[in-house]
Design a protein around this ligand. Structure first.
Ligand SMILES: [Zn+2]
Length: 194
């Protein structure tokens, strides 16, 4: 996917997968959304969208990351810099993924965003008994030793399942198992086996 398309992709997927209008959210919270590309194999951050200020780039580059993607709500507090913003992070390598892989990663990060920004009411209200069972099974397969860092607790798994179901609602070429697989394949201990 072209780097210039990522911003719009996030807004479109936020509406379908987590039921959030990001424009409204940013207006109401008086925040900006910046995109940073995780470049050079995780050694540096580069601007992706939203024209990130130098203070953000400098602070981010002081602690590089080699993760696949990330969503940081209130990055000013996290990095102790004076900006009101959320940040979406994406590894450069993800731009070369094909099919639904990149969308699935964006949905995964939007599930984190929904929880961290307290925009998870809709997802929680659509949670079924069966979803709770699936989430328990998914959670059992995650790298729970790293839960403090990954924030992949059981509630995250529940929210992710509802977000994936909403995302694929109008697609008949993707089922929930495949959607979950794509959304979690980089995060499951020892690989993800369906
Ligand atoms: Zn995650």
């Amino acid at each position: 996917m072209d780097i210039t398309d990522i911003h719009d992709r996030i807004f479109v997927l936020a509406r379908s997968a987590i039921g959030v209008d990001v424009h409204t959210y940013l207006n109401e919270t008086r925040k900006s959304l910046y995109g940073l590309l995780i470049a050079d194999g995780g050694a540096s951050f580069r601007p992706m969208f939203g024209d990130p200020p130098a203070v953000l780039l400098d602070a981010a580059n002081a602690r590089p990351s080699d993760t696949v993607a990330g969503f940081c709500v209130d990055v000013g507090e996290a990095l102790r810099i004076n900006i009101r913003a959320d940040v979406f992070l994406l590894s450069e390598a993800m731009l070369y993924e094909t099919g639904y892989q990149l969308d699935a990663i964006i949905v995964h990060e939007l599930a984190h965003f929904a929880i961290d920004s307290a925009n998870d009411d809709i997802l929680r209200s659509e949670l079924t008994t069966e979803d709770r069972q699936t989430a328990a099974e998914l959670y059992a397969r995650t790298d729970r030793q790293m839960e403090r860092v990954t924030r992949h607790n059981e509630y995250f798994c529940q929210v992710l399942i509802v977000a994936c179901r909403r995302w694929i609602a109008d697609r008949n070429d993707l089922n929930i198992q495949d959607a979950l697989y794509l959304a979690m394949k980089f995060d499951v201990d020892g690989g993800f086996r369906q």
